[in-house]
Design a protein around this ligand. Structure first.
Ligand SMILES: Cc1ncc(COP(=O)(O)O)c(C=O)c1O
Length: 457
């Protein structure tokens, strides 16, 4: 090309959650039965959509108006319903004009970062859901700016470090919170949220809260939506139906805008987001029409409750089993449906392996892991996949220096989930001991039996 056509942030767009599928497909061709634990799609994992919900969607599909464009910001009746729901709780008051629908939060995320001035940064958690960190890094053409979530403290944000990093980096204009969190399954208590709001207020920042999992909280934990603690700080909350109904194929999510009138720059910025949506016309119509009918249905609360109880029971099962394995830092999942397990520093090395009985699969995994630059947890994930067919995602691909993996709690069959966990923990023990068995040496450290700190707050 006579001029460089590649955006300077293009290299930042990676998504290991789906990248790994390329390896899965090759292994499937070699006859390996794969158990997918990589993608957070409850429907793909076999979640049954209740008949009454399908009925609502089917009835709407029989109406001609479901096939037209809708208002740029989304169907007015639905925005009225959502705004009234928000305002019922107290906290920040919004009107339907403060809500914008998108074709899934994935689209909202890329727009929200893409429309920021390239020198303005949003500090994102580490680890974080890759769509956020990749889109933010791509908009700036720079590596993400991050604050750590602490595996030694229930994956809560390290607030001292957050404050320090924001204070000393004047390009940071906003803070991202994901609550409940993907990939860690952490749920932030009210005090944590209030402290983050206080940092934003003090340093003149705005807040973005991804609340797509807000109603998937269990194990007796409590949290609040951003709007309840935000006061007069400008902010955006991202909500959606992909996980909660669940209906990820609807490609439908929305953003609530808070306190736009409190800051003229923030107002111009959110107006540019709405204008960008206007250029595209609007988002998917039918799912927006379905939202009030589904959320108000008499069976909805019990249906959601049942799902939360299942995730709670699976989170405790996984926690009990995995926290017994030396060399791991394990936190119980309290919300959403992911579990991130970190390896203790130094227990992974680049000469650990697992037995891979299928000769072709062994050759493939040896080729894939021959790269000396490969992250050690990615090597573990590839060996686990070829050896057992269990497909998890390396933790390092969630924009963190921590090594580990993320799995889901989405398997609907408890017996199968328990079997997968047993195979996983057997493989971890084998893997961590494999180099030592050959050479008498562990990684730079032998695995220890790590003990969980007491829960505070
Ligand atoms: C934290 C978080 N935000 C946003 C999304 C994207 O959701 P959507 O299906 O609405 O694009 C996901 C999907 O996994 C997610 O985990």
């Amino acid at each position: 090309m006579r001029t460089d056509i590649v955006h300077m942030g293009a290299g930042k767009l990676t998504y290991e959650i789906r990248n790994i599928i390329r390896v899965v497909e090759k292994l499937q061709q070699l006859g390996i039965k794969v158990h997918l634990e990589n993608i957070g799609d409850p429907v793909a994992k076999g979640e049954k959509i209740p008949h009454w919900m399908k009925r609502i969607v089917a009835d709407l599909a029989m109406q001609d108006c479901s096939y037209g464009y809708c208002h740029t910001q989304g169907i007015l009746e639905t925005r009225e319903y959502l705004a009234a729901n928000r305002n019922r709780n107290g906290g920040v008051h919004i009107s339907p004009g403060d809500i914008v629908f998108f074709n899934g939060l994935g689209e909202a995320i890329t727009k929200i970062y893409g429309l920021l001035r390239s020198t303005a940064r949003i500090i994102t958690p580490s680890p974080t859901y890759t769509t956020h960190s990749s889109s933010e890094a791509a908009h700036a053409g720079q590596p993400p700016v991050t604050y750590p979530l602490d595996p030694l403290n229930h994956w809560r944000p390290d607030l001292r470090e957050l404050r320090r990093r924001v204070q000393y980096n004047p390009s940071v204009a906003g803070i991202l919170i994901i609550n409940p969190d993907n990939p860690t399954g952490a749920v932030y208590p009210e005090e944590t949220l209030r402290e983050i709001v206080a940092i934003a207020r003090e340093l003149d920042l705005f807040l973005i809260a991804d609340e797509i999992y807000q109603n998937l909280v269990y194990n007796g934990q409590k949290t609040l939506p951003l709007a309840d603690v935000l006061g007069d700080v400008p902010g955006l909350a991202m909500k959606g139906i992909s996980k909660e109904l669940p209906w990820p194929g609807s490609r439908c999510g929305w953003v609530e805008i808070y306190n736009a009138d409190k800051d003229p720059d923030f107002l111009r910025y959110v107006q540019s987001i709405i204008n960008a949506k206007m250029i595209e016309v609007c988002s998917t119509t039918l799912p927006q029409r379905a939202i009030p009918h589904i959320l108000q249905h008499p069976e909805y609360a019990e249906y959601l409750g049942q799902r939360c109880r299942r995730y709670e029971s699976f989170s405790n099962l996984a926690y009990r089993k995995l926290s017994d394995v030396p060399g791991l830092m394990v936190n119980r999942t309290d919300g959403a449906f992911y579990m991130s397990v970190a390896f203790e520093p130094g227990v992974l090395s680049l000469d650990q392996t697992l037995p891979v009985p299928n000769r072709e699969a062994r050759k493939l995994v040896e080729e894939l892991t021959a790269d000396p630059e490969m992250q050690p947890d990615k090597r573990f994930v590839y060996y686990l996949l070829a050896s057992t067919g269990i497909c998890v995602v390396p933790l390092s691909s969630f924009n963190t220096p921590l090594q580990g993996f993320r799995m889901t709690l989405l398997e609907p069959d408890e017996e199968e989930f328990s079997r997968v966990l047993d195979e996983l923990l057997h493989s971890i023990r084998l893997y961590l001991g494999s180099a030592a068995a050959r050479t008498g040496r562990f990684g730079s450290r032998a695995p220890s039996r790590w003990r969980f700190p007491p829960r505070t707050g």
